[in-house]
Design a protein around this ligand. Structure first.
Ligand SMILES: Cc1cc2nc3c(=O)[nH]c(=O)nc-3n(C[C@H](O)[C@H](O)[C@H](O)COP(=O)(O)O)c2cc1C
Length: 427
């Protein structure tokens, strides 16, 4: 079991320990500003390439809990804290001049932060340095935005959120008829020179949405920014956990692409309307829909460090499926465990009103790719649910060991993430 996973477990006792209440006066900035004088591209939805960036992470709604306004996006995020930032390189794209950009999700702008040329670009940080025509995304995490509220658990959320972002890029690319692939193996120390990171901002993953050409990229991009001045407090725990992620071992490559095919107008609506559901309708979920969601989640993800993730579900309101525990779509124990499901998710009431609680578990060795893949699969759960007119909500908060004991999991299996789905109630 990964040490950082172990140390960030919730227990009945730990969530009742006083003293860890977040101070809302210390709410960290939600956006990363760059110098006003940098060149910008205003992105609009009528352009294919612009859309690919916008649909990956743009703001689609606001929610106000004074004194804070939360800017909700195409991607969900634990506590709506959005630790992840999105950058991309455009090369040979007619509507965006070649360069490296930071995506400003609120103003729907791409801010140019580095120049690239024929022989320079961020491909130089990849194992395969072939020039990519199209978009290369980079996802970073400013984990301080999340640690402020969630302490050690923030480490998990930063990775799950990054996985969701990759899932979101996957659907944005799919809508634009492009394939995407996830990379964990790249020169992380090198690439941050281009983006001018905050002290607590770490690169997590990259996504290629472009076509490799024959020629190689030999030089680094030329940054247009000064070193960043903002300093944040680093936590030893997070520093230690993130240090570990640079060493990936025994990675297997996945080259198979998802077979999920979605109607384009409905996919667009699903991307733009996606929200976390907190009110479910008591009517039973159609068996077919449950199957569709699990199948979409199980589809392969192209990646250079793939890990096996198993899907367990507690079903308590699915038509023509016996209530009980399932592994994939196979029953392993009968019984109505709806109250147990809600309890395991830290007594969150809406779980009881939904139809099923899904758990993603793994005993893989590469912790960052594992958590990331769980987030990516979670995103597929959200978008497929939205597409089918269902409600879905990510559940990062659960009693880890009690879930493991209830599902009768092998001790090596880590419970990574949970999601609840059901028929959507009135909003
Ligand atoms: C990793 C992760 C964990 C989450 N955990 C919970 C949770 O335990 N309970 C909950 O009600 N919502 C949870 N959410 C949903 C977020 O609160 C939600 O995404 C955020 O408020 C933004 O709202 P939206 O998804 O409607 O855009 C989680 C989301 C993510 C990505």
């Amino acid at each position: 079991m990964n040490d950082c996973h172990e140390k960030s477990k919730h227990t009945y006792q730990s969530v009742r320990t006083p003293g860890n209440r977040p101070d809302f006066n210390e709410f960290p900035p939600q956006f990363k500003p760059y110098d006003e004088s940098l060149p910008k591209v205003s992105l609009n939805e009528s352009d294919r390439w612009h859309r690919c960036v916008l649909y990956s992470a743009m703001v689609t709604a606001t929610k106000r809990y004074p004194p804070i306004t939360y800017y909700l996006r195409t991607v969900p995020s634990a506590g709506a804290l959005y630790p992840c930032e999105l950058y991309f390189q455009a090369r040979g794209v007619d509507s965006i001049p070649d360069g490296v950009y930071h995506f400003d999700p609120l103003n729907k702008e791409a801010v140019k932060i580095a120049d690239i040329h024929r022989e320079s670009g961020i491909e130089t940080y990849l194992e395969d340095r072939r020039k990519i025509e199209g978009l290369i995304f980079l996802i970073t995490s400013i984990y301080e935005r999340s640690r402020w509220k969630y302490g050690r658990r923030a480490f998990r959320y930063a990775l799950l959120d990054a996985g969701h972002m990759c899932g979101s890029i996957e659907y944005a690319a799919m809508y634009n008829e492009m394939a995407s692939r996830v990379l964990f193996k790249f020169d992380k120390q090198g690439i941050v020179k281009t983006i001018n990171p905050y002290p607590t901002e770490l690169p997590i993953s990259m996504v290629l949405a472009g076509i490799p050409k024959k020629s190689l990229v030999k030089h680094e991009p030329t940054p247009l920014t000064d070193p960043n001045v903002e300093k944040a407090q680093e936590s030893d725990f997070i520093k230690e956990c993130f240090k570990e992620y640079t060493s990936l071992s025994g990675c297997k490559k996945s080259l198979r692409y998802t077979k999920q095919r979605l109607l384009s107008h409905k996919l667009k609506e699903s991307i733009l309307n996606r929200r976390s559901c907190r009110k479910f309708d008591p009517s039973p979920l159609k068996k077919e829909f449950f199957k569709n969601v699990v199948e979409a989640m199980s589809q392969p993800i192209i990646s250079d460090c793939d890990e096996d993730i198993e899907i367990y579900s507690i079903l308590y309101n699915v038509e023509n499926l016996e209530a009980g525990i399932y592994r994939d779509l196979l029953p392993i124990k009968q019984g109505n465990f709806k109250n147990v499901a809600s309890y395991l998710a830290l007594e969150q009431h809406m779980v009881k009103e939904a139809a099923a609680l899904i758990f993603l578990v793994s005993k893989g060795k590469n912790y960052i790719p594992i958590m990331h893949k769980a987030g990516h699969m979670g995103h597929r759960c959200y978008i497929t649910s939205e597409y089918l007119g269902l409600g879905c909500c990510g559940i990062g908060a659960f009693y880890d060991d009690e879930v493991g004991a209830f599902l009768d999991l092998d001790r090596e299996l880590m419970v990574l993430y949970a999601l609840t789905i059901g028929n959507r109630g009135p909003s």
